[in-house]
Design a protein around this ligand. Structure first.
Ligand code: DCP
Ligand code: MG
Length: 696
């Protein structure tokens, strides 16, 4: 882990506005291509929500219509109840008996016209006891009484009738309940499939959108100029592309998938409750504010803790990564005890914060549950009383309880969703921040179309600094004829790598110009630049792909061309010894290769692309004499017939070049051939004595 690993994590805050219309609009742009899937998901969602709202109602029907088919006896009908008597009763709701008495199905009481209900309650004589009703010709048992043609069994005595008997006399109820159960089951199956469809379509749409975001982000990062990368450490960029996109994905799968559904469910439930019994609805909803508040508090606390846990975990991870990868240094310098102490501290911090997290969950979760239970209890108490007094049917009570219980979860989820939205907003802000960064080095609109170059290079009065205040290169002037070579030598930090970075337009000059074949490189198209130059960098970069792919990169070189390039730089020898030869897949950054071997592969890469201009930043690292010779010969092969600019450390390489430029502190201090420079007895002479003088 780079030293800035932690700091970059620290400034990646995950707090943001919960909702930012501008950001959402930009995000929707990525969802747009997949809108068909989203609409499909909404369709499925409507089905599942509908079913979820319907199920308690079906339960109510089952109970009221079939299970608790209870009747009350009403006698001494006053004349004022004539209207009621005259009414065409719904099937089985009222049964008129001779001698001004009436059997009323209990479930019909709460759907009855309030005026009639009032009359019944005040006018006549409504027996408190409720009865099951059986036609007298089918059943007459020892409990109950005969009333006209019906045998009335008091509610509490139903258990005294033998089960077999009950099943036959209540055959109609049994079949009704069976039918409802089948409908219930059918709806459940539909809702399972619709739920699956809903989640799948939305998740697929989300994954596709995130795929697009990731692709765009990666492509954009690749076009950015190097100044962007010197300001944004690799660690942070990796976080952007992976974590921030992941946060968006979380928003997609966790929030969008369920948010609309939750809102719909909550609104639907509240509406149904109010319609069923507005008084009971208001009473049972009274715990909602407390519940919501507690949920929000809990989520907020949980999120803060979670954030801290993540931060400490990142510290823990980076500490392990650093110490394990640097274990050699730790051991050689006897730092074990020291590192152990530091690790203990980090480990301890992580332990403490994890315990705190447990505590928050251990306290808040039960509290929230208890509040929800209290809500249910209120419904049970108040609703139960209403049921007893006949104002509410048993089925309605059961349905009420289901509705109230099923409402708590989406509400508690909502606050979590708000948190997810917050981090997603922060993440998308950062992602768009990158996408909005313009590459500094751009091809001008009237660039010369790609062409083949002769390979003439000239630097004219070039001044440059990585940041404007500290000049790195001053008044650089030199020219190279096509096919000739130039060596750049000088102490470390002199500006050699900077000169060649300008030539490849990794950076642009501040003042002055660089000409290729007499034309400013800024007027050339980027393709001309890339097609005519090959660069071998100081730190040979090997991708974790096969050797052949590392040489080929994206070009369409044949295996023969690759092999011949590697033959010419004499890399074939060791490549063939690898387990799978050219098809051996390299470890990350070529970790299983020696420095010299990596260099040779990079040479083969440069050679295979047959550039007009070769740019080489020679590695300073020491290699064994055999490899040294291999590399030396490879460099000579590479230089043959090409314009070459070589940052050289090996005397042999330097002597092969047509001209030597001695760079110090960003200026060309001396120039000439090896012999001329030695004769001057200046910087080069001293460098020669220091570096190569003793015997080399
Ligand atoms: N520099 C910088 N930002 C960068 C690269 C370099 O500020 N992204 C600075 C560091 C040096 C100066 O620019 O002070 C010149 O750096 P070079 O990499 O050009 O130096 P050399 O290539 O000559 O050094 P070496 O021989 O060590 O490779
Ligand atoms: Mg360098």
């Amino acid at each position: 882990m780079p030293p800035h690993g932690n700091s970059s994590f620290a400034d990646d805050s995950i707090e943001g506005k919960g909702y930012d219309a501008k950001l959402i609009k930009r995000l929707l742009h990525y969802v747009k291509p997949h809108r068909k899937l989203v609409f499909l998901a909404m369709f499925f969602m409507l089905i599942t929500s509908g079913v979820e709202l319907l199920l308690p109602y079906i339960t109510k029907q089952g109970i009221d219509k079939y299970l608790a088919r209870l009747y009350q006896v009403y006698t001494d009908t006053p004349a004022s109840c004539d209207s009621l008597m005259a009414m065409e009763p719904a099937e089985g709701d009222f049964i008129f008996l001779a001698s001004d008495s009436l059997l009323i199905r209990k479930a019909s009481l709460d759907t009855m016209d309030p005026a009639d209900a009032h009359l019944l309650a005040t006018g006549g004589h409504l027996a408190a006891e409720t009865f099951y009703l059986f036609p007298a010709d089918q059943y007459q048992g020892e409990t109950g009484r005969l009333q006209n043609d019906y045998w009335l069994v008091p509610e509490r005595d139903l258990g005294k009738i033998p089960v077999e008997k009950l099943m036959t006399i209540r055959a109609k109820d049994v079949s009704g309940i069976t039918r409802l159960a089948l409908i219930f089951l059918g709806l459940l199956v539909i809702s399972i499939f619709a739920g699956y469809g809903h989640v799948m379509t939305l998740v697929v749409a989300g994954q596709r959108s995130m795929f697009d975001v990731r692709t765009e982000l990666f492509n954009h990062i690749q076009t950015l100029s190097l100044n962007f990368f010197s300001k944004n450490p690799v660690g942070r960029l990796v976080t952007r592309v992976s974590n921030d996109v992941e946060a968006l994905n979380e928003m997609f799968s966790a929030v969008l998938v369920n948010l609309v559904k939750d809102v719909l469910l909550i609104a639907g439930t509240i509406t149904i409750l109010l319609i069923m019994d507005w008084k009971l609805a208001l009473i049972s909803l009274s715990v909602l504010p407390v519940f919501t508040l507690a949920s929000i508090l809990f989520r907020r606390k949980a999120r803060t803790i979670y954030r801290k846990v993540r931060k400490h975990l990142a510290e823990l991870n980076s500490s392990i990564a650093e110490d394990v990868s640097g274990v050699k240094v730790v051991q050689i310098f006897g730092q074990e005890k020291n590192r152990r102490g530091r690790y203990f501290e980090i480990n301890d911090n992580y332990y403490k914060i994890s315990m705190k997290q447990l505590y928050v969950f251990g306290v808040f979760r039960p509290i929230i549950n208890i509040i929800a239970q209290v809500g249910t209890a209120i419904v049970l108490i108040y609703g139960g009383l209403s049921t007893l007094s006949g104002a509410l049917t048993l089925g309605a009570l059961v349905a009420f309880i289901s509705y109230v219980r099923q409402m708590f979860k989406p509400i508690s989820d909502m606050s979590e969703k708000y948190n997810i939205m917050q981090s997603a907003m922060a993440s998308s802000e950062r992602i768009f921040g990158i996408l909005d960064t313009e590459p500094k080095i751009v091809q001008s609109s009237d660039a010369i179309p790609p062409q083949k170059l002769r390979g003439e290079v000239a630097f004219q009065d070039v001044n440059f600094g990585y940041d404007p205040d500290t000049p790195v290169l001053r008044e650089i002037n030199f020219g190279i004829e096509p096919g000739k070579s130039i060596a750049l030598v000088g102490p470390t930090g002199a500006g050699k790598t900077s000169i060649i970075s300008l030539l490849t337009r990794f950076w642009d000059v501040d003042t002055g110009k660089i000409l290729l074949d007499g034309t400013d490189i800024r007027d050339h198209s980027v393709a001309t630049l890339r097609n005519n130059t090959s660069i071998v960098l100081q730190d040979a970069f090997i991708f974790s792909r096969s050797v052949a792919d590392n040489i080929r990169l994206s070009s369409d070189l044949t295996m023969e061309e690759i092999r011949s390039a590697s033959d010419m730089v004499q890399a074939t020898g060791f490549i063939d010894k690898l387990p799978n030869g050219f098809n051996t897949v390299m470890a990350e950054r070529g970790a299983t290769l020696s420095t010299g071997q990596k260099q040779l592969i990079c040479f083969a890469r440069a050679l295979a692309h047959d550039p007009r201009i070769l740019i080489l930043d020679e590695a300073t690292s020491n290699v064994d004499p055999t490899t040294e010779q291999l590399i030396q010969r490879a460099i000579e092969t590479l230089m043959k017939g090409r314009t070459s600019i070589i940052v050289a450390h090996r005397l042999s390489t330097i002597q092969k070049c047509d001209e030597i430029l001695v760079i110090d502190a960003g200026k060309i201090m001396e120039r000439g051939s090896h012999q001329e420079l030695l004769a001057r007895r200046g910087i080069y002479y001293n460098l020669y004595l220091l570096q190569w003088g003793n015997g080399k």
